[in-house]
Design a protein around this ligand. Structure first.
Ligand code: NAG
Ligand code: NAG
Ligand code: NAG
Length: 356
């Protein structure tokens, strides 16, 4: 017969085994935020944050307050010349899961000083000197806070906004643009993933049976389908050791923007050093100048002012009628937001034009 009077040492051992198994199952549940949001790595990331001025970049630092009351640190880097700044693209830079925003300043310097873009960037909650603790819900509020700030900013509100995200930042960027599609003129993604559960099952297949326990999801594969009529650049390092390139390829396929998807692959690029491969910045420059600023140029810089010049030469008398004809000609060419911009720009320039 079965004896239920187990000796105490056996009960203790069984309890111990049960505890170990329970811990094995639940540790991903408990510790996943520390793994995914590694703001503690490299050591010192929460105490030493590089400043743009360390790299010879002019900037202002802002403290933004999120809807749930968390204070975030943010760098705002505009071109020195205000007119040029208003005509440039503005990159909203969303950094990857380690370190803080200061670590990315060498890249941002190239974006700003070589490619001529304005850049805004933040340390997410729980990163750098920003308050709070990182999680998916919180980071979504953080990205929204940055966008709302840019849309109110004196100079930046006039510019074409491009979200840029690397790895975890890619998930943040996809999520933000999918919710606020019409605020953006473009999206750039580098070595990002389909979702957290999918990338975990790639890194640690033995954990994949536990994917239900991963409460941090970042479902980019779903969100990206909502991104439409927007140029999207996919920058993929074929040697990415963390996120298999298949993730980027699948995101490219799923992207709701069909005509304007661009794929650039760097054979020797790995997860976080693709930016060092020659051709990286050219790819971004070509994309921004070729796909994003082209319509901007049309409104602010070349085409419209050219039209004004022609009009000025053609007609001996300038009148409001001319201006309104001109505006109607512009209307026939541009998308709605650009028409509005064209109108505003026209009146600014017209004060000069009509009075001389
Ligand atoms: C920074 O601002 C100063 C003063 O306005 C200016 O002289 C300098 O050229 C700027 N530096 C850069 C790199 O834009
Ligand atoms: C941007 O997304 C937020 C959050 O989903 C939403 O409340 C807001 O209305 C969106 N703004 C626009 C312009 O779509
Ligand atoms: C770059 O990626 C490697 C491998 O994925 C990782 O071990 C390393 O910590 C990363 N470096 C930084 C600075 O994030």
């Amino acid at each position: 017969m079965f004896d239920l009077n187990l000796p105490p040492w056996l009960i203790c051992s069984l309890l111990y085994v049960a505890l170990v198994i329970a811990f094995g199952i639940f540790w991903p549940y408990i510790f996943q935020c520390q793994l995914i949001y590694s703001s503690w790595y490299p050591p010192g990331s929460r105490t030493k944050i590089a400043k743009p001025s360390d790299f010879g970049i002019n900037y202002t630092e802002e403290v933004l307050t999120t809807k749930d009351g968390i204070k975030l640190r943010c760098y705002v880097i505009t071109l020195d010349d205000i007119i040029e700044a208003k005509q440039a693209a503005t990159i909203l830079y969303f950094h990857a899961g380690t370190g803080n925003m200061g670590d990315r300043l060498p890249l941002v310097k190239v974006f700003n000083q070589k490619l001529g873009a304005n850049v805004v960037m933040l340390s997410y909650r729980g990163y750098g000197f920003s308050e709070g603790k990182a999680d998916e819900k919180g980071l979504r509020l953080d990205s929204q806070t940055l966008l709302d700030f840019v849309k109110e900013h004196d100079i930046l509100q006039h510019t074409n906004l491009v979200a840029f995200g690397h790895a975890l930042g890619g998930a943040v960027a996809i999520d933000l643009v999918s919710r606020n599609n019409s605020d953006f003129a473009g999206l750039i993604l580098e070595n990002t993933f389909l979702s957290i559960p999918k990338v975990i099952s790639n890194i640690a297949p033995w954990l994949s049976y536990l994917t239900l326990l991963w409460h941090q999801k970042w479902p980019s594969e779903t969100s990206i389908q909502n991104i439409i009529n927007l140029p999207v650049l996919f920058i993929s390092g074929a040697k990415d050791e963390l996120v298999p390139i298949a993730h980027m390829k699948k995101l490219y396929q799923l992207c709701g923007s069909r005509q304007d998807r661009c794929w650039v692959e760097f054979a020797t690029g790995s997860h976080n050093d693709t930016c060092l491969v020659p051709g990286y910045f050219d790819a971004i420059d070509d994309f921004v100048k070729g796909k994003i600023l082209i319509s901007q140029h049309w409104v602010h810089g070349g085409f419209m002012l050219d039209l004004l010049q022609v009009e000025r030469l053609d007609s001996s008398s300038s009148s409001l009628q001319d201006t309104s004809d001109l505006y109607h000609r512009l209307l026939q060419h541009g998308p709605v937001e650009e028409q509005q911009l064209a109108l505003e720009q026209l009146y600014d320039d017209e004060t000069l034009y009509l009075t001389d």
